[in-house]
Design a binder for this molecule. Structure first.
Ligand code: 26Q
Length: 804
């Protein structure tokens, strides 16, 4: 284990020989880079050791395919997982630098939108920690998720240039280029034995360049890799066009190829339908499968043994083309017969669904496939043909099954249903929370559940306690280690033992003072970033996540408006001062979500500038939500808002992070909230709102749209939106008003009263600090099973056939 001197010396030599800088001239950013390069060398030593033992052990390998990995910052994580944190801290101090100043220089790697991408990042941490031979595979976007600023209350997007080409964590492997064909057409032909032998002709080539990011498991024993591919143009092909004298076309094709990995699509839960997105998905899959086959054929020449050596997990349908690309490689290149290839493919692949929202289900026009991936389209037709023939044979009296199960949507423009492809080509399909997994079977694809019930399973999400407790909440981590020993970091079930301390008032006071400390730190951050002063003794109520109608930030802000009207119109006083924190990004094209951001900001301005609310109520929208900001907000929160319409949030993962950091939850019966409430105890959770079944009934009858007319408190609150109180332009929030009164699909008003009562109970309870923080302690104590280590053990044993 390197000591302080070695780190100091290596850092200085990285500055000098890799960055050509003298210590005395180095900026904080230079020091960050030099320290990161120093640490990466130690990671690499463990990486080679890991490679060696995984090879010796002939471990089955897991490939996690995801269009998103929302990594955030890496320095602190790598130092802690390698056990180098204290030495690096001291080394920096001895060189005259403050550790926090240096870590703050690291840009977040925001290669994801939200939950799905952050889950992938937690999973690769857990896989390395559990010593699983695994790798993540994604795209090295040049621009990550846009940066958000708020100007005149509105979201403004700026490009996120995270300097991917200079990231000290990435190693490029230009020598391992892969050639990916795309476009062209099929020529029907026969081989010498007279078998059908289609030829994919006239394709152009995209070049894939792998870049490796190293993932250190806790304790530093296993270092796996996350492989991110960037796209480049093929020189040889350019020459081909150049020779035909078509210079301009050659150059524009080069640009088109490089554009493939240029930018992350910033919309989640919405299907973009863009050709470039489909190209990105194919590019990821094609590069990854070349790696998988290369690694496998290096150690085996029996291709039928692939499912014993390899498991592929598809993070939603985005990489579902892996199924088709695998079939193409097995059938066209390895010359396997169809049934053998299909058996291998199904046994190898598994699919995780992350959403029930119909607008997020991926479908792609057949015409687009024909243009980009003609051979893949043929293969999908063949998969569908054989699949439906099989269904027709097994259920001859159920002909209606065929249209509902088909991989093709035939109404309107003919489209490929990627979820159906993913289900048919996988041996397991899982949801991400118990309720969600039930709804997949009952509502989303009931006919697939009918024909293959054994495929469907649940793996409730989890989050890594390394980043979300140990690193984000150092005071809580110290407390836990003192109470439980250091083992909780990799065995989070140990948290249960805190239960018996719940009646120890000294312990409860300690929980309270840790929270206060974190709130003070957040106050300093808010003051420095946004110039706003916040009282750390007020209750911090946070809703931080992507802005979506289904997540109902609007319900939260309507309640704030209600409280505000109570103060200014009825002279009410809140029992406890409150700070409402909001943070999150809206997809750039999602007008309603952007209007909700504007409403929050206008309400914030009005409330904060009104002297009558002073010392009682304030509202803040924190700009540019990202992983590193979440690490500050979550440990400083008293109340976590998890208020999606029941049946819409597949799982949620911030709900877990908050609760394990001692926030209480106000939440609906949705996603993993239900399991969290069971784990922490109903008396330590503020439940409100209609259940998923009740929501369905209300929607069916339309009764939820009558509430505005029958409930005066609600009417007063909703009317305030168009009263000019929050913006002189009375028509600005008219679209929100109309949605709430005419077509409130997410049932804001239906749940309003029940939310208001629960909020009232929260404030009453918060005025009893001892009881409140006892509940906070019991939240922490109950959260052991929401470690992503538990989730990954579940995937490993039930889906991947990997023991750990
Ligand atoms: C699809 C097609 C084209 C372009 C973009 C997309 C796209 C991109 C991202 C569709 C969906 C997403 C992201 C979905 C997501 O983050 N889902 C969340 O996954 C979490 C992890 O399982 C859950 O906790 C959340 O409940 C779920 O919303």
């Amino acid at each position: 284990m390197p000591g302080v001197e070695e780190i100091k010396n290596n850092l200085i030599s990285k500055l000098r020989y890799s960055l050509c800088l003298d210590l005395k001239d180095a900026t904080h950013a230079d020091i960050f880079n030099a320290l990161a390069l120093t640490i990466r060398d130690f990671q690499l030593d463990s990486f080679f050791a890991t490679k060696h033992y995984q090879k010796e052990a002939k471990s089955k390998r897991l490939y996690y395919l995801s269009m998103e990995f929302l990594l955030g910052q890496s320095l602190r994580n790598n130092l802690m997982n390698l056990g180098l944190y204290p030495a690096a801290h001291q080394a920096l101090n001895e060189l005259g630098f403050d550790f926090e100043d240096i870590t703050a220089e690291e840009p977040d790697a925001a290669l994801g939108n939200g939950g799905l991408g952050r889950l992938a990042a937690c999973f690769i941490d857990s896989m390395a920690t559990l010593d699983i031979a695994a790798s993540g595979h994604g795209i090295k976007y040049e621009y990550g998720l846009f940066k958000q600023s708020i100007q005149h209350g509105r979201q403004v997007e700026q490009p996120d240039d995270w300097h991917s080409t200079h990231s000290p964590w990435l190693i490029d492997h230009h020598s391992q280029l892969m050639l990916i064909p795309i476009g062209g057409h099929i020529e029907e032909s026969e081989d010498i034995d007279g078998n059908y032998n289609p030829m994919w002709m006239d394709w152009r080539v995209i070049v894939g360049v792998p870049h490796d990011y190293f993932v250190t498991g806790y304790g530093g024993k296993t270092v796996n890799k996350l492989r991110l591919y960037s796209a480049a143009a093929s020189d040889s092909f350019d020459v081909h066009i150049f020779n035909r004298g078509d210079y301009l076309r050659a150059v524009s094709q080069k640009i088109a190829s490089e554009n493939i990995s240029k930018i992350l699509y910033p919309a989640d839960e919405i299907q973009s339908g863009k050709e470039l997105r489909l190209t990105q998905e194919y590019f990821l899959v094609a590069c990854t499968l070349r790696d998988i086959f290369q690694e496998f054929t290096d150690k085996s020449d029996d291709i039928t043994a692939l499912p014993d050596a390899v498991a592929i997990q598809l993070n939603d349908t985005h990489p579902a083309l892996a199924i088709v690309e695998m079939m193409r490689i097995l059938v066209d290149e390895h010359r396997l017969d169809w049934d053998a290839a299909w058996d291998i493919t199904q046994k190898t692949c598994a699919f995780t669904n992350h959403t029930l929202m119909p607008e997020a289900l991926e479908t792609w026009p057949v015409t687009l496939f024909e243009k980009l991936l003609p051979r893949h389209l043929q293969i999908i037709y063949e998969i569908n043909h054989r699949f439906l023939a099989d269904v027709a044979e097994k259920w001859p009296d159920r002909p209606e099954l065929l249209a509902s199960l088909s991989l093709f949507e035939e109404r309107g423009e003919k489209k490929i249903r990627m979820a159906h492809l993913a289900i048919v080509g996988s041996h397991k399909v899982n949801g991400v929370a118990k309720l969600h997994s039930e709804l997949i079977k009952q509502d989303l694809v009931p006919n697939f559940y009918f024909i293959s019930p054994e495929k469907f399973t649940n793996q409730t999400n989890g989050v890594t306690p390394r980043r979300w407790i140990q690193q984000a909440n150092t005071q809580l981590a110290t407390f836990l280690t003192r109470q439980l020993g250091a083992g909780w970091v990799t065995d989070l079930d140990k948290l249960q033992r805190l239960k018996k301390l719940a009646n120890d008032s000294g312990v409860v006071e300690e929980i309270q003072s840790i929270k206060l400390h974190n709130k003070q730190a957040l106050c300093r951050l808010i003051a420095s970033r946004q110039g706003i002063k916040v009282d750390p003794l007020a209750m911090f109520d946070s809703q931080v996540k992507r802005i979506h109608e289904y997540k109902r930030q609007l319900l939260n802000v309507l309640h704030v408006i209600h409280l505000y009207l109570g103060i200014v119109e009825s002279g009410n006083t809140l029992i406890q001062p409150k700070v409402h924190l909001f943070s999150g990004k809206a997809a750039p094209g999602y007008a309603m979500a952007k209007l909700i951001i504007q409403l929050i900001n206008e309400v914030a301005r009005t409330v904060n500038n009104d002297p009558r609310t002073k010392g009682q109520l304030s509202v803040l929208f924190l700009e540019d939500y990202k992983v590193s900001l979440a690490e500050h907000i979550i440990p400083a929160t008293d109340l976590s808002e998890q208020i999606s319409t029941a049946g819409t949030e597949a799982s949620g993962t911030s709900n877990m992070k908050f609760s394990m950091n001692g926030a209480l939850t106000i939440g609906t019966m949705d996603g993993a909230n239900i399991e969290i409430r069971d784990a922490v105890g109903a008396e330590n959770f503020y439940l409100f709102g209609a259940t998923a079944a009740e929501i369905n009934t209300h929607r069916a009858t339309g009764s939820h749209n009558q509430i505005y007319h029958s409930n005066p408190v609600i009417r007063e609150t909703v009317d305030a939106l168009v009263s000019g109180r929050f913006n002189l332009d009375k028509s600005l929030f008219q679209p929100i008003y109309r949605m709430l009164t005419e077509g409130d699909h997410y049932c804001h008003l239906l749940d309003f009263d029940s939310y208001r009562l629960a909020q009232h109970q929260v404030l009453t309870d918060f005025s009893q600090p001892q009881q409140w923080h006892q509940k906070a302690l019991l939240n922490i104590a109950g959260m052991g099973s929401f470690s992503s280590d538990r989730t990954i053990k579940g995937y490993a044993s039930e889906i991947w056939g990997i023991t750990c």
